[in-house]
Write a protein that binds this ligand. Structure first.
Ligand code: SF4
Ligand code: SF4
Length: 512
């Protein structure tokens, strides 16, 4: 039996002393000026103020793949409200009508419990993927990263130039030129933000409705206007200024990393065994790292990956591309910074199948089966019978009467006809309300009164009966047991009117 491999020590590499020979960090000493350190957040100055990062541009296989993936994701976001499926946008969360459309599949408000499976399924998928591949979501698919890196920073690059130019502009005294650039950039940010938020609103009200809202005065749709305004303000604040702080300080998923990953999880790491001791090209006995700091310059969260795995790392792979480019130039093998597990970086073998991944996979599988069963049980209509409020029965000179309401909701995106039938009625019973097939428009609902009368001469006390509903196509059939209530027949002489009991709360409603 092979022994369990001992987890390697995390490849923490001591930071070289900055010029002047002072240690990287002493307890009471001030921090070296924005030198990434595991003990500080690079983007927060010692006095708590913000240090603006200007990550350098990077080219490479991961940068290209991430750009393609971001373009695809942004296109999906832009196009989904425009693509009709079964007469509705592909994703349309119609809160006003309490209908939720997902690629032609419609859920009514009564089916909202199914969203539980969607949310937990997404959660377990994310846990599973994180255990295997670390922060793949953060670096490749999170809207924060996608919009920040591929939209807002692109705009900034076009207007302010590359990283050195942006840094110079930041440091430059305020003047007309700087103000003009800032105004153009922030106007572009504001426009893009408004576009994103208006489209977000379209997921709830549809594109035609959004267009009609936009042509009206804000006061005509105060709620929607406020929603767009507040969302746009939050997004603008985030993408124009707050940026990587969201990942570093706020995002709960980032905080959970240490609980979700282990030493076999794929992370982006620096091969310290190969890279150290780092030194300029030509330094005798130096490792593969030429101490060019290129991996630090491209990092959007301002960390130095050579100091080991850090909470701030969002797994964007920019440092891999940067280092590979350097390794190509100095004719050394790529992969000094690479996707690998901490075991792998320490020279061990990554284990993909382990208790954590098995547990997540099993939970995911169970969830998928339960969700499939739950979704397959969703009916194309919703059917409820409930007793009208007031007395549970009425006794008149000729008959005893019970009053119900029947509610049918057509959850289909096409008209549907339903036939309602009463079964199990004794002799002497007649009803009003259910006269023929009910035809409902797509996603419409109808309330129909159902009044059942029993001739007093043929009344023998309370009895059970059944209300059945079936659609014309024969795909939907449901029946509900109901009870006709009334006084004890011995207390109700056929020729003497009785007094109805006091009003009782309606309790015997049935849902389908
Ligand atoms: S350390 Fe590398 S992967 Fe992590 S955020 Fe910085 S550049 Fe991206
Ligand atoms: S980019 Fe590569 S070679 Fe340059 S400092 Fe970073 S790890 Fe070392």
């Amino acid at each position: 039996m092979s022994a369990e491999p001992t987890p390697p020590a995390r490849p923490v590499v001591p930071e070289p002393p900055p010029a002047g020979g002072a240690p990287a960090r002493a307890a009471a000493a001030p921090r070296p000026p924005h030198l990434p350190s595991r003990d500080f957040v690079t983007t927060i100055n010692d006095d708590g103020s913000r240090y603006d990062l200007h990550p350098a541009d990077v080219r490479g296989r991961f940068a290209s793949s991430r750009r393609l993936s971001a373009i695809g994701l942004i296109l999906i976001y832009l196009l989904l409200p425009w693509i009709p499926v079964n007469g509705h946008p592909a994703i349309f969360l119609d809160l006003a009508s309490r209908r939720f459309h997902f690629f032609g599949y419609t859920l009514a408000a009564q089916d909202a419990w199914l969203l539980f499976f969607g949310v937990t399924g997404l959660g377990f998928s994310l846990f599973f993927l994180t255990a295997l591949f670390g922060r793949l979501w953060c670096g490749w698919a999170c809207p924060q990263t996608v919009f920040l890196e591929h939209v807002y920073r692109r705009i900034e690059r076009w207007i302010d130039g590359d990283a050195p130019a942006r840094r110079a502009l930041s440091a430059a005294p305020h003047g007309l030129g700087k103000l003009a650039r800032r105004a153009v950039k922030h106007a572009a940010f504001a426009l893009v933000t408004l576009g994103i938020t208006h489209l977000f609103l379209a997921y709830f009200i549809s594109i035609p409705e959004l267009w009609s809202y936009m042509q009206g005065a804000p006061g005509e749709h105060w709620g929607s206007f406020l929603f767009v305004f507040l969302t746009a303000a939050a997004l603008y604040f985030n993408f124009a200024w707050f940026r990587e702080q969201l990942c570093i300080v706020i995002c709960p998923y980032g905080r959970l990393q240490s609980a979700l990953t282990d030493d076999n999880t794929m992370v982006i790491g620096y091969d310290a065994r190969r890279g150290e001791p780092r030194g300029k090209l030509g330094t005798p006995a130096a490792g593969a790292c030429v101490a060019c700091n290129r991996c630090v310059q491209v990092c959007p969260t301002g960390i130095d990956i050579r100091q080991g795995l850090q909470l701030e790392c969002i797994g964007c792979a920019a440092c891999i591309d940067a280092c590979d480019e350097v390794m190509d130039k100095v004719r050394r093998p790529r992969g000094l910074v690479r996707y690998d597990s901490l075991f792998g970086l320490a020279g061990g073998r990554t284990r993909w199948i382990r208790p954590r991944t098995i547990l997540y996979a099993v939970l995911l599988g169970i969830g998928a089966v339960v969700a499939a069963l739950a979704f397959s049980g969703v009916k194309p209509a919703n059917f409820i019978v409930f007793r009208m409020s007031g007395s549970s029965y009425y006794v008149g000179p000729e008959d005893v009467r019970n009053q119900f309401m029947v509610r049918i909701v057509n959850k289909l995106s096409r008209p549907a006809s339903y036939q309602l039938t009463l079964r199990g009625l004794p002799a002497g019973v007649h009803q009003t309300g259910l006269t023929g097939p009910l035809t409902l428009a797509p996603l419409a609902e109808q309330l129909t009164p159902l009044i059942i009368f029993v001739d007093r001469r043929q009344y023998h006390g309370p009895f059970q009966f059944t209300v059945e509903v079936a659609d014309e196509a024969g795909t939907y059939h449901l029946s509900r047991e109901m009870e006709f209530l009334g006084p004890d027949a011995r207390l109700l002489p056929a020729d003497e009117p009785a007094t109805p009991p006091a009003a009782q709360p309606s309790t015997d409603s049935h849902h389908g």
